[in-house]
Design a protein. Structure first.
Length: 547
């Protein structure tokens, strides 16, 4: 195993080829357009161009099979073949077998059962060098052919984690050139104007800080028959930090002996500079998950944390991977509830500081699988907390806005309010808490605002290549200005709704206290809703932004 310039071990075999292949972007931007045949208005999104996801209609077991065959026929007409596989990569040869929807009464049958990934591949009959049909074109052609919205069939979206300074539509994003938001985005032209200031050190951008005083202190452990509240963070993982020891943070979660989430060597919480140019600069999202875990730790020192690495070192995750990871986590939670704590893993709050924008969010033209999985978590007493996004817009993002849909609206998607644990969308406040941070998304779909600008939290002991501006050694002492990428003090300042969400998640965990380990789902839901209501009231007291 090689070492970098600072003596930090790098992944085995890490070469320019690894860096180049790891920097490859998996997404394509869908430009705004109106399909002349279907009349469907599409909005910008980022998606995997050669894949589609197919879910099962719970009321029609054969629907998934029918959809795959239609997609196969349409793809063939467009000069492509299809290869069908499950989300965990198991290939389905020939016509897919009859898909069976997950049994909501069976805790062993949750996860991603009934979801297939349709890969578009070059046709064997096509001339050499022929390209592959675009997933959006195939989907729209299938809708035209059937005269339906193809329920349960959708693009595989690309989600991003998005601290301030890592805007998913600008400099650090692979989709910048073709993205329709780039030209008018305040971060793309003048970085010193308006909300772009938050990306600069000294104005909210990531920078090293000195954290003084004692860290979070736990009281006595839970009594007999009790356990600590558990906050799960699906993000870039969690690095090493004295505030985040092994007895507080679970860094490896398994389902039936198999690890959940990403386990490859390209870990942005261990290796801060893996992709892009060899400029020594720390990757934009390195340490993101550690920072979030530190926020939870500060707000809820009594809570345990479960960290699952879901996003890669570029800060992106494809929708299929997210579905798989969330499904596995929820399966462990449901096993815990149904076994009275004898198996599985308790999860009281699920933090998702990531998101995407759906191209057709109000017409039902997409799979509801992510909503169904999060709904299953909420039915089992797990509150879901999502970041609103940092794009200075009021366009609803997903999964943050999945709470707000109503069943009977003409433009609704059938999701209705319920009595389960809550699904909360969080925007960001400035440090004074007297105003909403200008970068934060806003709208009626954002339920609460929490501190999210110039937040101080934990960072792995990274040291990047950008050095101090000036150095003048005297009296046998090293003297210099602040090194902009010297995080060996293990604390930093950063901004983003990514960090407002764990503030609220931590508040919920704090309000839960020590729930009983053997609690059933109905009792857990009641406790979660009560704790969430108290947390929201506490957040409202802090929020002084209302006019």
């Amino acid at each position: 195993m090689t070492e970098d310039a600072h003596g930090v071990p790098e992944p085995r075999g890490w070469t320019w080829r690894d860096r180049a292949s790891g920097s490859n972007r998996i997404g394509r931007t869908l430009e705004p357009s109106i399909d002349p045949d279907s009349g469907v208005q599409a909005f910008p999104t980022v998606y995997v161009p050669d894949r589609l996801l197919v879910s099962v209609d719970p009321d029609r077991d054969e629907a998934g099979d029918e959809s795959v065959e239609i997609l196969r026929e349409v793809a063939r007409d467009l000069g492509s073949d299809v290869r069908v596989a499950t989300l965990d990569g198991e290939q389905v040869d020939g016509p897919p077998p009859l898909l069976v929807p997950p049994d909501p009464q069976d805790p062993e049958d949750l996860g991603v059962a009934g979801v297939l990934r349709v890969h578009l591949t070059p046709s064997e009959q096509a001339p050499g060098g022929a390209g592959v049909a675009d997933a959006w074109d195939v989907l729209q052609a299938a809708r035209r052919r059937t005269g339906t919205s193809m329920p349960g069939v959708g693009l595989e979206h690309v989600l991003t984690i998005d601290p301030m300074g890592v805007n998913p539509f600008t400099v650090s994003n692979p989709f910048t050139v073709s993205n329709p938001f780039t030209v008018s985005n305040p971060y793309a032209t003048d970085p010193y104007a308006a909300s772009g200031q938050y990306a600069l050190p000294g104005s909210g951008g990531r920078q090293p800080v000195a954290r003084l005083g004692a860290g979070p202190v736990r009281g006595e452990g839970p009594g007999k028959g009790e356990r600590r509240p558990v906050v799960a963070v699906l993000d870039t993982g969690c690095g090493e930090h004295e505030w985040l020891p092994e007895h507080i943070v679970t860094r490896r979660l398994e389902l039936d002996g198999q690890p959940i989430g990403l386990t490859d060597a390209a870990d942005p919480e261990r290796f801060p500079d893996m992709y892009g140019q060899l400029d020594g600069a720390i990757d934009p999202v390195a340490g993101h998950g550690t920072f979030i875990a530190g926020v939870v730790r500060q707000v809820a020192p009594e809570a345990d944390i479960v960290s699952v690495r879901t996003a890669n070192a570029l800060g992106v995750v494809d929708e299929g991977t997210l579905l798989t990871t969330v499904g596995d986590v929820v399966t462990l939670l449901k096993r815990y509830r149904t076994s009275g704590g004898e198996s599985g893993t308790p999860i009281d709050v699920l933090n998702l500081s990531l998101g995407y924008y759906h191209e057709t969010p109000e017409d039902g033209y997409y799979s509801r699988r992510l909503y169904d999985l999060l709904s299953e978590a909420r039915k089992n007493g797990c509150a879901v907390v999502c970041s609103a996004g940092n794009d200075t817009i009021d366009r609803p993002s997903f999964p943050a806005s999945l709470w707000a849909w109503e069943p009977d609206r003409p433009d609704g998607n059938g999701i209705k309010p319920d009595g389960d644990a809550r699904h909360i969308c969080v925007g960001a406040l400035n440090p004074s808490c007297s105003s909403v941070a200008l970068f934060s998304n806003v709208g009626d779909w954002v339920q609460v605002y929490a501190p999210g600008a110039s937040v101080v939290s934990t960072t792995p002991a990274f040291e990047g290549g950008r050095q101090a501006d000036a150095r003048d050694d005297r009296y046998q002492r090293r003297r210099e200005t602040i090194g902009p990428e010297d995080y060996r003090g293990t604390f930093s300042l950063w901004s983003g709704t990514s960090f407002a969400a764990p503030y609220l998640a931590g508040l919920i965990g704090h309000e839960l206290g020590f729930p009983a380990a053997e609690e059933n789902a109905s009792r857990a839901v009641a406790a979660s809703r009560a704790a969430t209501d108290r947390a929201l009231r506490a957040a409202d007291v802090v929020d002084g932004s209302a006019l």
